[in-house]
Design a protein around this ligand. Structure first.
Ligand code: NDP
Ligand code: OXD
Length: 309
């Protein structure tokens, strides 16, 4: 019995050390050191190459070293009945919320415009608005989006949120489903995207839906690049529909050097760093699940493969 750590991670050694501390009795192997595939009972992975997990005949669960499981579900050969467990928060919510707050304050306090003024040595003062007069929307009200919405509301912003199923959150106007999306988007002067990438959400923010935003809205995408149609985003920035975009995630990562987003004056690019999984928290969460399974229990809150998250 052993655990496979799919080791295409820049911090694989830190993960291995953290697992040794919390699960000292279970050997952790890599594909190179694993020996007999039948000995692997659990796989701990981040964006595994398609085919890798299908080679393990006695696999009982797959643990994702992150929140988004799109990097696992893209594998068409994934064994159908194996539960997939994702990390829940594991230190990411605080970081995601910091990122969303940075983006919100950047546009709310006109730092994009002041940057332009500075380049022209232009000492112009813009009128500023109360947070309560600034509608900010959060798309996706899961572990991360709900935290973002709550903290924005705490700062006094006029916060709304959108999810698949109906929700009630204090001080957040909640919309849901396809029927609620136009009403939601039409009030978002700042839109924060915190959705998972699924068959339903891929390309969701296209020209038609971007047009529903107020003129001059700003976009913060901290979730997954393909949620937004890149050509439509560029057109909306060029045409003035969007005043700017803070982007952490892209269709292709690393973002190719010749991608126009790198040099676009209305775009801020960060290299998928909105949240980094905290190794200790992540390992402790996965160890608790493995212990539960070793005692005969079922893993908690597995990914719903039909929904894709
Ligand atoms: P959750 O699974 O907890 O939440 C997902 C939310 O999106 C839920 O509110 C869900 O609705 C909503 N949703 C899903 N599908 C739809 C749909 N078709 N229509 C409307 N709403 C939908 O995810 P997390 O909050 O943990 O993470 C969100 C994403 O953030 C991850 O999937 C990942 O891609 C990304 N991420 C990015 C990071 C970065 O560093 N840039 C770091 C961590 C995560 P409902 O509540 O009704 O189920
Ligand atoms: C995640 C990520 O999904 O870091 O956890 O992108």
């Amino acid at each position: 019995l052993s655990i496979l750590l799919y080791n295409k991670l820049d911090n694989a050694d830190r993960w291995r050390a953290a697992f040794q501390e919390v699960l000292p009795d279970l050997p952790m192997v890599t594909r190179e050191t694993m020996g007999e595939p039948g000995e692997i009972r659990y796989a701990v992975v981040w964006q595994p190459e398609p085919g890798v997990l299908g080679e393990l005949p006695n696999l009982r669960a797959i643990f994702n070293l992150g929140a988004g499981v799109d990097g696992i579900l893209r594998d068409a050969s994934l064994p159908a009945d194996i539960p997939i467990v994702r990390l829940r928060d594991a230190g990411m919510a605080t970081q995601i919320t910091e990122y969303a707050l940075y983006g919100t304050l950047h546009y709310h306090r006109d730092f994009d415009r002041y940057a332009g003024f500075q380049r022209a040595a232009d000492w112009t003062e813009l009128p500023n608005r109360r947070a309560g007069d600034r509608p900010v929307g959060v798309m996706g009200l899961g572990v991360l989006g709900a935290d973002v919405a709550a903290k924005l509301a705490m700062l006094g912003f006029d916060v709304s949120g959108w999810s698949r199923s109906p929700k009630t959150l204090p001080d957040v106007s909640c919309f849901h489903g396809d029927d609620g999306v136009q009403a939601f988007l039409s009030r978002c002067e700042i839109l924060i995207v915190a959705l998972p990438l699924t068959d339903d959400t891929r390309g969701f923010l296209d020209a038609r839906r971007i047009a529903w935003l107020p003129d001059g809205a700003a976009l913060v995408n901290l979730a997954r690049g393909p949620l937004v149609v890149e050509a439509d985003l560029l057109a909306a920035l060029e045409g003035g529909k969007l005043r700017g975009a803070l982007l952490d995630v892209f269709n292709e990562e690393p973002l190719p050097a010749d991608n126009p987003l790198w040099r676009h004056p209305k775009v801020i690019v960060t290299p998928h760093i909105a949240a980094q999984t905290r190794v200790r928290e992540g390992a402790a969460q996965i160890a608790a699940e493995i212990r539960r399974m070793e005692e005969g229990g079922a893993p908690s809150q597995t990914v719903d493969r039909s929904l894709g998250y």
